[in-house]
Design a binder for this molecule. Structure first.
Ligand code: FAD
Ligand code: MLT
Ligand code: ZN
Length: 494
């Protein structure tokens, strides 16, 4: 069911006993070891469910124990012990991941970073921030904002996701267009390896060309080779002038051409360019019980943001709104309207998830063909008789909607199919169809969400055998006992 399925627990992993719990308590204290009633603890079952269930409620694990370290030293003692005793570990940040990487598959011990949430330093000259991995992204942005800086990453889950989770998934988000990948903004990391070694590489230098850049291996490693406990990251100057507009356009080609034109017209002040289709807009307007900021309805919507230090930028945005491709547009007047416009885009995943079981495909595709896959998916599901575009409310199909939105400036589409429930028949129609489609245009099966438990067997559509083999060697070098986030990330070694 649901694509990649692991049916059997790896019998090499030790089942936890009282002696293990005693050890964890001796390192962390009783209050930072959550144990199920079944195992003699007093955790409220719903409390454990939170750590066992992913954000989409698609993946559910069966862990009985959650550990809450507060320092790299504690993480080191726990991991060393787990490694020596072959105890499987699932590292968890804010648990907002969308590929099932953050929850256990069977009974792995959950290592939650949520109590490692302190800012360590901020260099007020350079903007280099050093903090614990469990700091929540939004709290960091608020903190550095006091000093005129901003985080180089922003995403809809900012209120819950951790910076360590962002680093570990190589998250993209809505500022990627402006500030680029975390591979560029992360200056250094503190990492604990499975054998307990603490690698302190919390450099705050912008430039350092002294050999292999080890930290890069942990950016996007999804807890498979170690635990990120500290992050050093380059923040940016907070723009003093921000303009946001929502535009209505008639076709995907007009979305694309508006993007190309905006890059020309707005050049360095363009800081975000997002799009979504009419179905997303209808769902989000209904979900938020709010009205369209434009006077009419359109097949596609674009959110354009400019930012910099000059208040006159709104004139540049207005010029874009008059470029002939745009049917209608409205420029936000003030902060409240800016956040309302952003909430229409950022609210899409949450509102879609409230309407049903959401199959999420986060893919990189050349922008010319970016929306074609949405049409092709609709046709496939219609031909299978399980979906009808614009079906009347009285008609009941298992697939309710096929939605496209995303970070067009980064060539990243989010194809979301909402169904009554997660069902093998639907999965089989979507996979490998979507992945083969992506492979045919030399795209990526994961633009920004990672691999988790959902995509190990799909890696082959984007990475060749040689690359997968190097990845496997890296995994084995850091984690020879395979205790870190097992069953995920890499395809099964047949
Ligand atoms: P978790 O979900 O807890 O973990 C994710 C993975 O990282 C797991 O494999 C876990 O084992 C590992 N991990 C977590 N912390 C550590 C650590 N300290 N050390 C080692 N491994 C660790 N993603 C985007 O890229 N762009 C978006 O725009 C975006 N928007 C989102 C909007 C919503 C509403 C939601 C729910 C999710 C969104 N995501 C987005 C996905 C998700 O928020 C990101 O992947 C985020 O970076 C995950 O952070 P987290 O702290 O929640 O990590
Ligand atoms: C987004 O861009 O909204 C996020 O990546 C989450 C999602 O894909 O739904
Ligand atoms: Zn996204």
């Amino acid at each position: 069911m649901m694509g990649h399925v692991v049916s059997q627990r790896d019998s090499r992993f030790k089942k936890l006993g009282k002696e293990d719990l005693d050890y964890f308590k001796s390192v962390l204290s009783e209050s930072r070891v959550l144990v199920s009633k079944e195992m003699g603890g007093n955790a409220d079952p719903t409390e454990l469910d939170t750590f066992n269930t992913d954000w989409l409620s698609k993946y559910v694990g069966h862990s009985q124990v959650v550990l809450f370290p507060t320092s790299a030293q504690e993480v080191s003692k726990v991991l060393k012990y787990c490694n020596e005793n072959t105890i499987a570990v699932c590292v968890q940040g804010g648990n907002t991941g969308l590929v099932g990487g953050s929850v256990p598959v069977f009974d792995e011990v959950v290592l939650s970073l949520s109590k490692m949430d302190k800012v360590r330093s901020l260099d007020k000259d350079s903007g280099a921030l050093v903090c614990d991995a469990g700091c929540i992204l939004e709290s960091l942005d608020d903190y550095v904002g006091e000093f005129g800086f901003t985080m180089p990453i922003d995403l809809g889950a900012k209120g819950s996701c951790h910076i360590g989770g962002n680093v570990s998934t190589n998250a993209g988000g809505i500022r990627y267009l402006r500030y680029g990948s975390l591979h560029g903004s992360v200056l250094g990391l503190e990492v604990v390896l499975p054998d307990g070694t603490i690698i302190n590489n919390l450099s705050t230098l912008r430039k350092d060309s002294t050999g292999y850049d080890i930290k890069q291996l942990f950016v996007g490693a999804e807890g498979t080779i170690g635990v990120v406990t500290g992050v050093s990251i380059a923040t940016a100057r907070r723009p003093t002038s921000v303009n946001v507009a929502v535009l209505g356009v008639n076709s995907y080609q007009d979305v694309k051409n508006t993007y190309i034109q905006s890059r020309k017209d707005l050049c360095e002040i363009l800081s975000a360019f997002e799009f979504w289709d009419a179905r997303c807009m209808d769902t989000v307007l209904t979900g938020f019980n709010t009205s369209n900021p434009l006077s009419g309805d359109y097949p596609f919507y674009v959110l354009i943001e400019t930012s910099g230090s000059n208040d006159e930028h709104d004139e540049a945005v207005e010029k874009t709104m008059e470029n002939g491709l745009v049917q209608d547009g409205t420029l936000a007047q003030g902060k409240t309207q800016i956040s309302k416009m952003w909430s229409l885009r950022e609210g899409i995943p949450t509102v879609l998830a409230q309407t049903g079981a959401t199959y999420k495909y986060d893919i990189s595709i050349p922008i010319n063909q970016l929306y074609d896959i949405v049409h092709d998916t609709e046709v496939r599901l219609e031909n299978a008789g399980i979906y009808k575009k614009d079906a009347a409310p009285s008609e009941n199909y298992p697939v309710k909607s096929v939605n496209g939105y995303g970070h067009i400036g980064d060539g990243n589409l989010h194809l979301n199919i909402v169904a009554d429930k997660f069902d093998d028949k639907i999965t089989d129609l979507l996979e490998p169809f979507v992945y083969e489609w992506v492979e045919n245009v030399a795209g990526s099966v994961s633009a920004e969400h990672g691999l988790g438990i959902m995509k190990p067997e799909c890696l082959k559509y984007t990475k060749n055998d040689q690359i997968v083999s190097v990845m496997r060697n890296i995994k084995n070098m850091f984690d020879p006992n395979g205790i870190m986030n097992p069953y995920k990330y890499l395809p099964e070694n047949k």
